[in-house]
Design a protein around this ligand. Structure first.
Ligand SMILES: C[S@@+](CC[C@H](N)C(=O)[O-])C[C@H]1O[C@@H](n2cnc3c(N)ncnc32)[C@H](O)[C@@H]1O
Length: 243
């Protein structure tokens, strides 16, 4: 049997590319996305009642995967290079490249759902929306397998004065107020402190930062560039990429 699905809508996200995007929802609570339902499908009535839910499940397609083959075992970032069966991971590289994220629903305006705490990139096609049911979906006693032993760590993040000045200048030119600056700074910290680098760029306890390169990712209107320093990460540049 084969199945063909049509996206009900597409994601407009603060994250523009795979690098930098958190590996799960809620890791960066200030992250945001708008799910724009396709107007031609007249789905507004399908949203009736959804506003009462604080969280949603999104079922989507990893449309920006670049792998050509699917492997039975993958290297999740938290396993530091070790391999494990793909079905015990949330890897995007799976036999059917379908993603599942529980995100916060902030509000609904017409055909648009405003979301936060996302791990989806710009343009992601969404196949379905389901309400998150706390009584059925939340299991505080659940075991987390290998992931329980590999809790996410957070590294300190600071800003070089030039990067901060650039953010301030450009947000001012874009007509965004001080609240936007504060939220964006929080979002940059939340994003980088998770250490988005691939395992191969991470060092060992003896040599924690073998690469001196800068790493960049696109967030909202900015190309955010950071480097690893002794005590964490330093944001060295934040220049607009949209202008
Ligand atoms: C590990 S997956 C988890 C996604 C979802 N929460 C799940 O469990 O199915 C999250 C990563 O997928 C990547 N990603 C997000 N949207 C994508 C898309 N549309 N196409 C390809 N990769 C995507 C980002 O790099 C992000 O860090």
């Amino acid at each position: 049997m084969q199945f063909q699905f049509t996206p009900i809508g597409y994601i407009h996200s603060c994250y523009k590319d795979r690098f930098g995007t958190p590996r799960q929802p809620h890791l960066a609570p200030d992250s945001w996305a708008v799910l724009k339902l396709r107007p031609e499908f007249n789905l507004r009535e399908a949203l009736d009642g959804l506003e009462g839910f604080s969280h949603l499940w999104l079922i989507f397609v990893f449309h920006r995967n670049t792998n050509r083959t699917v492997k039975a075992k993958v290297h999740p970032p938290r396993l530091g290079g070790a391999k494990i069966g793909v079905f015990s991971t949330r890897s995007p590289h799976r036999p059917n490249p379908i993603g599942l994220s529980a995100v916060r629903l902030e509000r609904i305006e017409g055909n648009e759902l405003f979301l936060s705490g996302v791990d989806l990139i710009e343009g992601t096609p969404v196949l379905d929306i389901k309400p998150y049911l706390p009584a059925a979906d939340s299991h505080p006693e659940a075991r987390g397998g290998w992931a329980d032993e590999r809790a996410d760590t957070r590294m300190p993040v600071s800003f070089a004065p030039e990067a901060l000045a650039s953010l301030e200048t450009w947000l001012d030119r874009l007509g965004r107020g001080p609240e936007h600056l504060e939220r964006l700074k929080r979002l940059i910290v939340q994003t980088i402190q998770l250490d988005p680098r691939a395992n191969c760029y991470k060092g060992t306890p003896d040599e924690p930062h073998p690469y001196t390169d800068a790493y960049g990712f696109l967030l909202e209107d900015f190309n955010i560039v950071f480097q690893l320093v002794d005590d964490g990460a330093l944001v060295v540049a934040a220049d607009p990429w949209t202008l």
